[in-house]
Every structure is written in C-alpha cells, then in structure tokens.
Design a protein around this ligand. Structure first.
Ligand code: PLP
Length: 395
C-alpha cells in the first residue's frame, strides 16, 4: 500500500465555508456539497464508460457519509481485514481487498467479508487460492506494470520504484496460474493527472494483452486524481472507451481514494497562544501536524489555510506550531491580514484525503471531532473522542 496525500492544491474553497461560529475545535468537517460534486464526476465516468468505481477506504472512510455514495459507487476496496470488514458492514456493496501478503487466518476471515481478494505474488496465490475458491470468492493478481506517473513525493509514493514490493514484476508473470485468476490488478499512480491515467491504461493494454485475454477483469487501481482541477476527465473516458473496445470481454474497475474526496472538507482549529522567539512570531494551535495531519511531515506538503498567504505576503507572519513535544511538529509559516490572537479560528482546506484516517494520540493529544456540514448549512458532530480512545490503545 502506498500512502499518498494532498497537495500543492489549487484552492477550491477560496471563500470561508458557512461554519457556525461556536463549533468546537479541532474538528475534521466533511462538506457534503463538495462530496456530491466529486461523486458527480464518478457518476459521469461510470455512465460514459461502463467501468466500476470503488472507494479506496484507506484514503477516507466515514461510515456516516456512506449512504451518500452508495448509489454512485460499486463498493469499496480495502488494504486488509479491518477495512474489508468495514466495507462489508458499513458500505454494503462489493468488497475488494489487496495486501502485499496475508496470513492464513486473514485469508480465512477475508473470505467471509470480501468478494475479490488480490494477491501480490505467485507464491501467495499458490498458498491461498484453494481457500479462496472453496469460499466461492474471486482471486486477482497485482502486477507491477513497470510504469508510473505518480506526481507526489518521488519514489516515496511510486509503487513501481526500483525495489518496490508491490506487485509481481512482468518477468515473473508466467508463474501465475492465469486460468484461475479473475482480475489483473495494477496500481501505479498517485495524485496522477489524466496523462498518468491514460498512460497507464494504454501501457497495460499494450504490454500485457497476452495475459488480459486470459482474465475476466482488469483493475487500474487508484491514484486517478479525477476531481483535481486540471484533470481532464474526458481524456480518461476516451482512454477507457478505447481499452474497452479492444478488450470487450473484460470488466474494468477503478479504485480511487483521494480522487473521490479531494477538496471535500476542512480541519478547523484555533490559536491557543502566541509567543516570540527572536524575530519569529509563533502561534500554537489546538491541532498538530504530527498527530492530526501526519502527511504534512511525511510527504511533506504545506496545507492551505483559508485567507492565509505565504510567509511575508500579508502583514502578519507566524510559524504555526502543534501541541506535541516534537520539535518538528510545525505546520508551516503563514501570513495573515490581521494579527492572530487567542481563539482565532483557522480553517485548513482539503482535509479529507489521508487525514483523519491517519491521526494518532501521540502525547495524549485529543483527536479532532468528526463533523458534517450539510448542504442546507446544518452542522453535525458525528463523533467526539475522549480519554478512552487514548487509553484503549495502550493496552
Ligand atoms: C492498491 C491501491 N488501490 C487504491 C489506492 C488509492 O489510491 P488514491 O487514494 O491515490 O486514489 C491505493 C493507495 O495507496 C492503493 O495502494
């Protein structure tokens, strides 16, 4: 599994979302109107090409919002047993799963909740195919296509980087028992433009035609950043149509995560204190990069804040720091039109993908609320975490 993240976004929410003044912070807030806008793109791709689209729950999973997605999407794709179970119990449509390796216990449990189980290597297939077939489920093989146009983080998020553990390399594919394989699975993109999606589809069609003729479906993975401004969905649709014309017997599946939830929500935070160190003004927030936005440090990237500019661009510049003990728990340096003060609310944008699914309680930091901003302006906190969440993880 790769773990892509947000980035370098062209800001979609130039205006402050209509959040009630008194909401508790920190809070991750799903914007339903934005999610519906993104789902319309998925609906268009499906309607024009006949492909299946699954939500990769590793990127974002908010069961309270699954009813909004169920009519559009075909199901969910998981990174392991717990996500697969979540897909089965909370989404309730097709469940696919891929992991670089499974234990026998996992496969036995997965056959009860997943419909499609993708394996990484011929040896995993040899070990587990009998269990999958005995349970009447479908097996797939993840192939390393030797092609990637991941736009993020260099080799950190490139599933086809040298030495990658993801997928069977092309030179070992003859060891796959193709007659027992339902799906040719490949995941090679990360925050890819239409150029990446089209390139992958064309590359797979050309390089692996021989194997594609022996399976029933192809899964082109995730990383298709279909709702990112600048992504030409028409080009993806054209490539999928061409591919389907060439392989009319193949079902085609896409399993994006980030591309379905990019720009669909916020992290609302507040300033707890302002301090000075030499020439620097530092604002300490009730949120943290390390615990609430780990990708800020991991990718790394600079999240957008509504109304804020680059350091020095506006009159008042601050280093925004988190609450934890980690020196590097710094979100970045931003400038504002007015001075920040105790209680000033800051709204980080594009905070649904790979955000709250990755939070931690390091330092005993409380987790942000999870909330939903409805289309009519209604605001609902759907989950508030307490001490118990922190305590439970410590055994
Ligand atoms: C196998 C697989 N499928 C789908 C995805 C979802 O990718 P994205 O969220 O970039 O669309 C990932 C991400 O790591 C993945 O590893």
């Amino acid at each position: 599994m790769t773990s892509p993240a947000p980035h370098t976004a062209t800001l979609r929410h130039a205006a402050t979302p209509a959040l009630p003044d008194g909401i508790a912070t920190p809070a991750f807030i799903l914007d339903v109107a934005a999610l519906k806008r993104n789902l319309a793109t998925a609906a268009r791709i499906k309607a024009e090409t006949g492909v299946k689209i699954l939500l990769a729950t590793k990127a974002w999973a908010m069961p309270a919002a699954f009813p909004l997605m169920r009519d559009t999407l075909d199901g969910t794709t998981a990174s392991g047993l717990y996500e697969a179970r979540l897909g089965r119990e909370e989404f309730g449509k097709e469940v696919h799963v891929y992991a670089p390796a499974y234990t026998q216990e996992e496969v036995s449990a997965l056959t009860k909740v997943a419909d499609h189980i993708y394996f990484n290597t011929p040896s995993q297939i040899a070990r587990f195919l009998p269990s999958v077939y005995a349970a009447g489920k479908k097996a797939g093989i993840r192939v390393n296509p030797g092609f990637s146009m991941a736009t993020l983080g260099g080799d950190l998020y490139n599933p086809c980087a040298p030495g990658s553990r993801f997928g069977t390399p092309a030179d070992q594919l003859d060891a796959v028992p193709w007659d027992n394989i339902h799906t040719f699975h490949t995941h090679a993109l990360c925050e890819a433009t239409d150029q990446g999606s089209v390139g992958l589809i064309e590359h797979v069609g050309k390089k692996f035609a021989h194997y594609l003729k022996r399976v029933s479906a192809v899964n082109f993975g995730g990383g298709h950043f279909v709702n990112k401004p600048g992504y030409d969905v028409g080009r993806l649709i054209a490539a999928l149509k061409t591919f389907r014309a060439e392989f009319p017997n193949l079902e085609v599946v896409l399993e994006p995560g980030a591309g379905l939830v990019v720009d669909t929500g916020y992290l609302a935070a507040r300033v707890l204190d302002i301090m000075h160190n030499g020439p620097d003004q530092i604002a300490i927030l009730d949120t943290s990069a390390s615990t609430h936005m780990p990708d800020v440090l991991e990718v790394p990237y600079r999240p957008e804040i509504i109304g804020a500019g680059e350091a020095g661009e506006k009159e008042h510049t601050y280093i925004l720091g988190g609450k934890t003990c980690m020196t590097g728990d710094v979100i970045g340096t931003y400038s504002f039109d007015s001075p920040l003060q105790h209680g000033t609310r800051l709204i980080f944008t594009d905070m649904m993908q790979y955000s709250f699914v990755k939070t931690t309680t390091f330092n005993g930091t409380p987790l942000p609320d999870l909330a939903i901003l409805d289309e009519d302006g209604g605001f609902r906190v759907i989950k508030r975490f307490g001490y118990e969440t922190f305590r439970d993880r410590l055994g």
